[in-house]
Design a protein around this ligand. Structure first.
Ligand SMILES: Cc1cc2nc3c(=O)[nH]c(=O)nc-3n(C[C@H](O)[C@H](O)[C@H](O)COP(=O)(O)OP(=O)(O)OC[C@H]3O[C@@H](n4cnc5c(N)ncnc54)[C@H](O)[C@@H]3O)c2cc1C
Length: 676
């Protein structure tokens, strides 16, 4: 009797314990798995251009408004739409794309701010390639560039001993190659400088290892923006190392590595870097390798004395496996990625300038919008203030146009957070410099003209700080320190069909907004004789550099037009013509600045960031900034679901590549690829 009573009691309590364990652990886990794996069904997408803003085109009950349709804005909007949200994209220009838009002028096509990107974008089994593939439903393709993908050219007047006789160009310019794979680039560069200098080889490899360690730090930083704080201990170490490197300048780290033989482990352990002396390095080999390894400088636009090693390292690694370019115009990227938004009930509207973000009771609840074309017709601020502003409300607002636009123009200026932004004791980051860029139409077929299929970079001196100082002091008399020279016509596989017998070329160098400030209030195309004279002098230097590097195009440039920071204001609405969001100096990562940049979160509830300022400059950096912006809007559970959708997509691609992989193996492979 007693034993059966005991037995039934034990059974009942075991059942209760089991039920309790089930309720506490298994059921929530099952619900979580069910939620995470239930991704909305894919809907058919019709890729088409956006329409101009008009109030009746605005959908009802919008979940999220995204301001700006560049790489960051389109990514964020696309991922939110695919996760089931109704999204409205508002773009001030008459076409989408921001820096990735392309345009036609004089029967020729030009890209604006995507001239090349990492090779990984052309591979659907890498992290960035898979994200692009996921967003564009496999439609957006990139072609890898052949090796060398980049060639650095120096003028022959430089005071260095040249061991090799391999020059290119009319003036026998020393040239250095960057190839896919770090060993290939290191060998090519060291052999060109002094193949017998083993110390140089060792230090150059140490430099590349350091760059890769920095890249790993950024992966960890991005993960830290998505996972809960209590899990941060898992990624603390690479982030701490990243912050250490970020506090050092490129010039000082070059000095540590090449003059003192530091490795990344030594730098991370010591936490400080010796200060580089002013002026040229007395050792010819070291002088040359330092100049050549400044290679990615054009992609973040800060001179070595002021640039954070973090930006340099991540950019160097970005291209370490090579480069690629779009198949077709760069414009297609945003068209494909934003069209998805419509399939989920959202809309993409251009000619839509967001004038202010509406903040009620401390929360962002909407925006006020005017037609850009109407604003452009106004001749003064008073007239602009009379242009109708339409209010649109949404649960979330994402600003994908830089924090400088956000805090200077879009948020009400009496908000406490805006006052903090303007307080020098609360913020020390500033906006990046601008650029000048020359668009050239060239008569003749690219193959017949033997135009380079890779990128050329003209560096005016091996000591780039000297080159920058000279140029900034006297831009009309001195050649720019670094100039990018690219031929989209040789990289885009569809070009010859679309523009037979015509070639194009784009040259880009640094340009300061301050040079152009006095013409900022004059209308585009009517800025006066002195503006044209100034532009002509800058164009003259760029054309001379083009003819030095690619002499066969002399006499064939049928048309050229110079873009300036004022063009960036007109076409990209960039604040004071800055090109790359926040300037990449060591202050970028100071604790005081961490609430402003490299994060998608803001202090205003309901307001998020996407694009360069949510993560990093570059098309891929801004795309990751768009992913982080989407995660911030979706919250941790929603991010988990989005993460699973992206991982499953990558796993599917990995299985297609290697059908022998089980789903489990492919999924683990996808996780590994996302974490490195
Ligand atoms: C000249 C140049 C060359 C470059 N070359 C390369 C390259 O070769 N490779 C590379 O990877 N990166 C390159 N970059 C950098 C890269 O293009 C950018 O870092 C990246 O594309 C920025 O993306 P984003 O979405 O943050 O901003 P953007 O592309 O600038 O997009 C912001 C959008 O917001 C819109 N906007 C602004 N204000 C408003 C408003 N009030 N209302 C509505 N819309 C608004 C703008 O019109 C714009 O479309 C280059 C940049 C420049 C300027």
């Amino acid at each position: 009797m007693l034993s059966s009573w005991l037995f039934s009691n034990v059974l009942t309590s075991a059942f209760h314990s089991f039920a309790l364990i089930f309720v506490i652990t298994v059921a929530p886990a099952a619900l979580l798995i069910l939620y995470v794996t239930r991704w909305p069904k894919s809907r058919p997408v019709e890729a088409r251009r956006a329409i101009a803003f008009r109030p009746d085109a605005v959908p009802n009950e919008i979940d999220t408004i995204v301001i700006g349709s560049g790489s960051g804005g389109s990514t964020c909007a696309n991922l939110l739409a695919q996760s089931g949200q109704r999204v409205l994209i508002l773009e001030q220009h008459d076409k989408t794309g921001g820096c990735t838009h392309s345009f036609r002028d004089n029967n020729c096509e030009f890209d604006s701010g995507l001239h090349y990107t990492s090779k990984a974008m052309s591979q659907v089994t890498t992290r960035p390639g898979a994200i692009m593939d996921f967003m564009s439903r496999g439609c957006q393709k990139f072609t890898p560039l052949d090796d060398p993908y980049d060639e650095i050219l120096f003028p022959a007047h430089e005071d260095v001993v040249i061991h090799s006789s391999e020059f290119r160009g009319k003036h026998e310019m020393p040239s250095y190659h960057f190839n896919s794979g770090k060993y290939s680039s290191v060998e090519s560069i060291v052999n060109r400088i002094n193949k017998d200098n083993e110390q140089l080889r060792t230090n150059t490899l140490a430099w590349m290892d350091l760059c890769q360690d920095i890249h790993q730090g950024f992966v960890a930083l991005a993960i830290s923006r998505v996972i809960p704080k209590w899990l941060h201990f898992l990624i603390r170490s690479p982030i701490d190392r990243l912050m250490t490197y970020a506090s050092m300048t490129v010039r000082d780290v070059q000095y540590a590595v090449f003059n003192h033989g530091y490795t990344h482990k030594m730098l991370a352990k010591l936490g400080v870097c010796p200060k580089a002396p002013e002026g040229y390095d007395p050792d010819y080999d070291i002088r040359r390798v330092k100049g050549v390894l400044c290679h990615p400088i054009g992609d973040y636009a800060v001179q070595p004395r002021e640039a954070t090693m973090a930006a340099h390292g991540v950019t160097m690694t970005h291209y370490m496996d090579g480069a690629s370019y779009t198949v077709g115009p760069t414009q297609n990227i945003s068209m494909r990625n934003t069209s998805v938004v419509r399939s989920y009930g959202g809309e993409v509207l251009v000619d839509a300038t967001v004038r202010v973000i509406i903040v009620e009771n401390g929360r962002a609840v909407g925006v006020r919008v005017s037609n850009t074309s109407e604003l452009d017709r106004c001749t003064c601020e008073e007239e602009k203030s009379k242009v109708p502003q339409i209010s649109i409300r949404a649960k979330n607002i994402v600003c994908a146009t830089s924090i400088y636009n956000l805090y200077n123009k879009l948020l009400p200026q009496d908000l406490p957070i805006v006052k903090k932004f303007h307080d020098p004791s609360q913020r020390t980051v500033r906006q990046s410099n601008g650029h000048v860029f020359l668009f050239c139409k060239i008569q003749g077929d690219a193959t017949e003209l033997n135009l380079p299929t890779h990128n050329l970079w003209y560096f005016h001196r091996y000591d780039l700080d000297v080159a920058f100082d000279e140029y900034f002091a006297n831009p009309t008399e001195v050649r720019p320190p670094t100039v990018y020279v690219g031929f989209p016509c040789t990289k885009d596989a569809t070009w010859k069909k679309r523009f037979p017998g015509v070639s194009n070329c784009i040259l880009i160098s640094d340009g300061l907004y301050e040079w152009f400030d006095k013409w900022v209030d004059k209308p585009q195309g009517r800025r006066g004789e002195d503006y044209e004279v100034f532009k002509d002098k800058l164009s003259g230097h760029l054309l001379d550099i083009l003819y030095d590097c690619v002499p066969q195009v002399k006499g064939k440039v049928e048309y050229h037009e110079l873009g300036t920071p004022l063009s960036e204001i007109t076409f990209l609405a960039s604040f004071k013509g800055g090109s790359y969001g926040t300037q990449c100096t060591p202050t970028m990562f100071d604790p005081i600045n961490r609430k402003w940049t490299t994060t998608p979160h803001t202090a205003v509830p309901g307001l998020y960031l996407a694009g360069s300022d949510a993560f990093l400059p570059s098309v891929v950096g801004a795309m990751y900034g768009g992913c982080l912006g989407a995660c911030a809007v979706l919250g941790q559970l929603g991010s988990l679901r989005l993460g699973h959708a992206l991982l499953s997509h990558l796993a599917k691609r990995l299985q297609e590549e290697d059908p022998k992989l089980t789903w489990h193996q492919a999924y683990c492979g996808a996780i590994r690829k996302f974490m490195t």
